[in-house]
Design a protein around this ligand. Structure first.
Ligand code: 13P
Ligand code: SF4
Length: 347
């Protein structure tokens, strides 16, 4: 299983076209009413559609969202992201009801790493410490030593003794990038993100030629040939921080394009171009899992208090340990990211 290059065939979900609720309902007003009535907090990832980002109490990256979920005093968390993020919220906040608008909102990285295969991977490398990207199931977290995100992976790996061999799963591109940056030898699981794999090197080179002054900012889930063309590589919050702090006027963004919504809100005078796929535009790089969550489904999740994240308590307790180690070993919040707090509806 060392540094393999084969990838698993991941089924991609599709959105149903039929309306789920009476189209005359004012979804925004109803969501606001329900979250107040139920003392719910709405947490959203940067890859959610703009309407969801705008109505959320907090928008952030995986690490920010885990921290917010751990600290919230709300009774319910409506998690607008993918399932591993909502599971993380439940692991950290077991007394809260955690709902995910669409339970099919998975992740190709999670799908690439079934728990039984991961257990065998660990057995084959008994002297290795297992650092696992947060994009995995609760069962895989339960088999892990330390969870990392793209915001803190390098920072955490630099705290591991140099002679300690490391297993890294499930994203081989993030693992490879961190191994190159830190000079650490890491044994990588062969998973990939189907979204970040779709950027086209050829089309990106053409786009850079048309915008020679535009820095390229890329997520480390991109393959090497895209990262080699980037001026900045980092998590979603790090990419946001980079473009807001830069003097440049135009940027090429090599990650899921819905993050551009936050960039346009914070810097309307700047121009953000999504990195292209093979067809020359960026639409093919939208995450089909994140896209399953809609305003309609968020409304239904708040109203019906489902689909709810339920985890077996033994798995939750085992998964909690590597998540707590992650939080202990992470950089302090203030130095890590810009906060994108939407107007708070609950305390
Ligand atoms: P971030 O932690 O950078 O938000 O990444 C999450 C993710 O799923 C990227 O595809
Ligand atoms: Fe998973 Fe990729 Fe979607 Fe992120 S963008 S949730 S890694 S499939």
């Amino acid at each position: 299983m060392t540094n393999q290059t084969d990838t698993v065939d991941i089924p991609v979900p599709e959105q149903s076209a039929a309306p789920l609720v009476d189209p005359s309902i004012d979804l925004e007003a109803e969501i606001n009413r329900l979250r107040k009535e139920k003392n719910a907090v709405i947490l959203a990832h940067y890859y959610q559609e703009p309407e969801i980002q705008d109505i959320a109490d907090f928008v952030g990256d995986s690490l920010d969202l885990a921290r917010k979920a751990a600290a919230t005093e709300a009774d319910m968390i409506a998690f607008c992201g993918v399932r591993f993020m909502a599971e993380t919220a439940k692991i950290l906040s077991p007394d809260k009801k955690v709902v995910l608008p669409d339970m099919e909102a998975g992740c190709s990285l999670e799908d690439s790493c079934p728990a039984d295969e991961f257990a065998r991977f660990r057995e084959q490398h008994p002297d290795h410490i297992a650092l696992t990207y947060i994009n995995c199931s609760a069962e895989v977290k339960a088999l892990t030593d330390i969870i990392v995100t793209s915001s803190n992976a390098e920072y955490i790996i630099n705290q591991i003794p140099e002679d300690q061999p490391i297993l890294f799963a499930p994203d081989r591109h993030l693992g490879g990038y961190i191994a190159r940056k830190t000079g650490r030898k890491m044994t990588l699981w062969p998973g990939t993100c189907i979204v970040h794999e779709r950027f086209s090197e050829r089309e990106l080179i053409k786009l850079k030629a048309r915008h020679p002054d535009a820095p390229v900012a890329a997520h480390p889930e991109c393959p090497d040939h895209i990262l080699d063309l980037a001026d900045h590589v980092g998590s979603t919050s790090s990419i946001l921080k980079f473009v807001l702090g830069s003097d440049a006027n135009t940027f090429i963004i090599a990650t899921e394009p819905h993050i551009i919504h936050q960039m346009e809100l914070a810097a309307p005078e700047k121009t953000f171009i999504g990195a292209p796929g093979a067809d020359g535009n960026c639409n093919c790089n939208m995450c089909p899992f994140m896209a399953l969550n809609t305003m309609e489904k968020l409304y239904l999740a708040l109203r019906d208090e489902k689909p709810e994240i339920i985890l077996p308590e033994d798995i939750r307790l085992k998964a909690l340990k590597p998540l707590e180690r992650m939080l202990e070993m992470s950089p302090p919040m203030a130095t890590n990211r810009p906060t994108t707090d939407a107007p708070a509806m609950v305390s």
